[in-house]
Structure formats: C-alpha cells, structure tokens
Write a protein that binds this ligand. Structure first.
Ligand code: GDP
Ligand code: FO1
Length: 309
C-alpha cells in the first residue's frame, strides 16, 4: 500500500500520476480538512473534493478544483437573491455538498460520507479525511482573524498574515484508518502541498506525527517550493509569517523529524547540502507538473526513491 498525505490542487497533480503507475486500489490518501467551511447550510470539504474529483477523472484540470464543464446557475440565482457568492460553487459540485450534508445530518461521519461519494464517482483508491472532528485552519491577519478559504478566496491573499492556527485540533482524533494507513504503508508520500495549511493540519492531529516517526516505510516528500516560490497559492506568505525560510530547505525543516527523502526541483540543487545536514536524503529533478507525462514521471521517481533499500 502507498499512503499519501495531501492538500488539494498541488497534491492532486501527483496523485493523478501515481494512479497511472500503481494499481489505484493500492493507494490511500489522507486528506486535509482544515479548509472545510459551511456555506448556505452546506458542509464543504474542498480538499477532499479536489482529490475525489481528480481520482474520478472528473476534475476541472485547468482550475484544479470543481467538476469539469460545470455550470453556475444556482450560484448566479443565489446572487440575484442577494447572497454573497465569493466561493464559486458549481451546480454539479453543489450536488456533492448537498449529498454530504444530508448524509452527515443523518448521522454518518465525514469518513463515511467521503467513502460513499468517492464510490459513487468510481474512485478505486481510499480517500480518508484526516479527522472526523472539526478542525479549521485560521489565519490571523492585519484585517482580523479569518478562515483559510476567506483569506485565500474572499480576500485574495491580500491581508498581511501574522499567524496561523488550527482551531479544534487539540480535541481532534485521527479518522478511522489514518494511523493504520501510515503503519501499514510500503511507501509514504508527502505531496507537494502547502506545508502550513494542507500538510500542517494533518501533522497536528494527535498521533499522526508519532505514527510518521515510527513508520517502517520510507517517507518521501515533493517540495511545493521551487526556486524560493510556490508554484501557486500563499505558501510563501504563510511560511514567512511562521518564521520559516521560503525554500525547499524550509519545507524539509518542517518535516525533519520524520522525512527520509526530499525531492527538490533541479533549480534548487544548491540547497542539497543544507537539506542533507538535516539527515534527509535529496533527489533533484524537474518537479513542475503541467502535462500528464510530467505527473507520471514524477510519480515514478517518488516510488523509485520510496522503494530503494
Ligand atoms: P491547493 O492550495 O488546493 O493548491 O492545495 P495544495 O496544498 O495541495 O497545493 C498547494 C501547493 O502545491 C503550493 O504551495 C504549490 O506551490 C504546490 N504546487 C502546485 N503545483 C505544483 C507542481 O506542479 N509542482 C510542485 N513541486 N509543486 C506544486
Ligand atoms: N478556489 C478559488 O480560488 N476560488 C473559488 O471560488 C474556489 C471554489 C471552490 C469550490 C469548491 C472546491 O472544492 C474548491 C474551490 N476552490 C476555489 C479551491 C480551494 O479554495 C483551494 O484550492 C483549496 O481549498 C486549497 O487547498
């Protein structure tokens, strides 16, 4: 079994490649739920949905989130009624949120709802939300404290970030199967995701970091930072706010207590000796995933490094 820790868009690019090189049934993905929000009375789990739609072959590849070819009639009508429609929920996407919300109102856990949705969409890999307890990534900014999605989408990453915290994490337990997936894995992959608001929340769930430190499997991470910059999104702003160097080295430092191998971009080879001083092996390659071929090639390398003895 291959177990991956994942956020949304960045992670899903690598996962798309992984399911081309291993039997999808061999893949378990532990997904961040720190971005989860409630809108219009619906429970929305953006990263779980991005991973699910990607592995179902239904994601909008250009945006990296939502269903491909979705329409926005419902949202347009809500706007007409005077609602604030800052989060772009497509019509097909809304069906997922309605279904999930009804399942959870009927007493199912987020894990159970996720399993039902992914099965209905034809996903063969196992998708595990990090926890069934509510954890929310909160961003402290010069314009007040807000959820991560409000910071990212509503405020377009403009406010100055002062700090990040995961509300509710102290009381959150890992979802069923999460610790087992780390214990039983042959290879553990830390996807190229935001280390602060995608991987950070997963690592903060009680028992997860310890399970990674104890894991038998090799743990391989792909750096989401290339040449001192994220490919997309606010990882640089959030890392800087936490006093972490914005580089593949900074990411390696955040994972130093459990990481075996860091896959860095060839543009960052000069960081190799510094990362190695953390006791982490380094492999360098082109890590920017644009085409399906890029995703497959990177996934192959991740597995090769992870399976080396
Ligand atoms: P997102 O916010 O939904 O995109 O969720 P993630 O946390 O999974 O992904 C964000 C991170 O992935 C960002 O820090 C990006 O820099 C990184 N990322 C996105 N695409 C790529 C890529 O093609 N290669 C690498 N190495 N990193 C990427
Ligand atoms: N990202 C945006 O930048 N703008 C949006 O309006 C937006 C809507 C959205 C709806 C459903 C969904 O599953 C994801 C959505 N995303 C949107 C992506 C999301 O904000 C982030 O990329 C992830 O949550 C970060 O990991």
């Amino acid at each position: 079994m291959i177990t991956a820790l994942a956020g949304g868009v960045g992670a899903s690019k690598l996962l798309r490649g992984l399911v081309e090189v291993v039997d999808p049934r061999e893949l378990t993905v532990i997904v961040n739920t720190g971005d989860d929000i409630d809108l219009f009375g619906l429970y929305i789990s953006p990263d779980v949905d991005i991973v699910t739609y990607t592995l179902a072959g239904l994601v909008d590849e250009e945006k990296g989130w939502g269903f491909k070819d979705d329409t926005f009639h419902c949202l347009e009508t809500l706007k007409l009624y005077g609602y604030d429609t800052w989060f772009k929920l497509g019509d097909r996407d809304l069906a997922t949120h309605i279904h999930r919300t009804l399942l959870m109102k009927a007493g199912l856990t987020l894990s159970q709802a996720t399993a039902m949705i992914s099965k209905a969409l034809g996903v063969r890999s196992k998708i595990l939300p990090m926890s069934n307890d509510r954890v929310t990534s909160m961003v402290k900014t010069d314009r007040g404290v807000m959820t991560f999605e409000e910071y990212l989408v509503k405020h377009s990453m403009v406010p100055e970030v002062r700090d990040v915290f995961y509300a509710g994490v102290e009381d959150a337990k890992p979802a069923p199967g999460v610790v087992e997936a780390l214990e039983e894995a042959k290879v553990i992959v830390i996807c190229p995701s935001n280390p602060v608001v995608s991987i950070g929340p997963i690592l903060s769930i009680r028992g997860v970091r310890d399970a990674l430190r104890r894991a038998q499997a090799r743990i391989v991470a792909v750096s989401p930072i290339i040449g001192g910059r994220p490919v997309k999104g606010p990882a640089d702003k959030l890392m800087r706010a936490l006093g972490v160097e914005v580089s593949a080295y900074g990411v390696a430092e955040m994972y130093r207590d459990f990481l075996d191998i860091m896959l860095i971009d060839e543009a960052d080879v000069k960081l190799r000796p510094r990362i190695e001083t953390l006791g982490i092996k380094v492999a360098a390659t082109s890590t920017l995933m644009k085409s399906l071929e890029d995703k497959i090639r990177l996934a192959r390398l991740v597995l090769k490094e992870g399976l080396k003895h």
